[in-house]
Design a protein around this ligand. Sequence first.
Ligand SMILES: Nc1ncnc2c1ncn2[C@@H]1O[C@H](COP(=O)(O)OP(=O)(O)OP(=O)(O)O)[C@@H](O)[C@H]1O
Ligand SMILES: [Mg+2]
Length: 372
Amino acid sequence: MSKLIELKGITKSFDGECVLNSINLYIRDGEFITLLGPSGCGKTTTLRIIGGFETADEGELYFDGHEISDVPPHKRQVNTVFQKYALFPHLNVYENIAFPLRMKKFSEEDIKTRVTDMLKMVALVGFENKSVSTLSGGQQQRVAIARALVSHPKVLLLDEPLGALDLKLRKDMQNELKTIQKAIGITFIYVTHDQEEALSMSDTVVVMADGEIQQIGTPTDIYNEPKNAFVADFIGESNIVDGIMLEDKRVRMSGHTFTCVDGGYAKNEPVDVVVRPEDVDVVKPEDGMLTGIVTNVTFKGVHYEIIVDIGGFKWMIQSTDYVAPDEKIGLFIEPDAIHIMKKSKYSGMFGDYSSFSDEIDQLSDADTAEEF
Ligand SMILES: Nc1ncnc2c1ncn2[C@@H]1O[C@H](COP(=O)(O)OP(=O)(O)OP(=O)(O)O)[C@@H](O)[C@H]1O
Ligand SMILES: [Mg+2]
């Protein structure tokens, strides 16, 4: 796959506040790439710069090898699907999808062929004459996608396109979008703050925070080899512990020396160590590399989520074996379950589950509030 779009040193400020700080990124032809990060990190701004709705203060933007910063949006081979679908309420499904072709003065016959193809692709055959305002959220979303694809853009920009849908519909649409993208071999630049959505749909994930790219990689890279404490915390659950790299493949943390698989650090270099909850084995205290006291146990269906106090630092462990609160347990960690990261400005900000029980209470309150 060749580079289709390239951002070089893209920087943008609003009202003196830097919201994108020298973004360097390339997107390959046919790739499904996702910008993932918390609210306000600059995802939409990046997408708007690619789409031509916003101009960068500094940096270059290339499409197929040509600098396109001065090319207006409608002349870029890029279309956008927004979170709010912006359908035309007075037009039916057929005319909503046909709209971009009418603007481009396509013949009635070509319009019919293309719209019919699109209706098939998004499974809306038979809905041609329906008013869009009578459609469900998922159906409206499909019309928006069909309308964006009907003029055969090279790239589709999707800004949280499933954000307004409920969980079940969201999952269905995730699969449909992925299938459509594969079927027509188009490049998707997708924005979400939902890490599960990003990991399950993308070829490449770009993790952003504070207007900067933290890591670019495949979903497995991002999950298994997070670059810093921000990425480790944002993607999945992580115990992030202060460590000292004694030498290659030997790290000291929580008062024990562990064998690991990473190297290339200075002797006695302080590092962040990440251990995923599913990679810790619960053993008898005398067999443990570490020992701790269980403070909280929650049944999650497939496993128990166990919070363990190890010298004042609370670890999360996922285990299919039940342990009782207040029990003393041992922890066993295989070398390849220990992942070493360089210290960063995010060190010490994440990784301890001490506020975990409060968080659960707040989350379940919020869930209940939403349902009613
Ligand atoms: N037109 C604008 N004028 C002023 N500030 C802006 C403008 N557009 C974006 N911002 C600011 O830039 C920052 C990044 O915004 P952006 O919309 O790119 O974030 P995001 O990652 O898409 O967030 P979200 O997940 O909430 O959509 C925010 O602090 C936002 O308030
Ligand atoms: Mg946004």
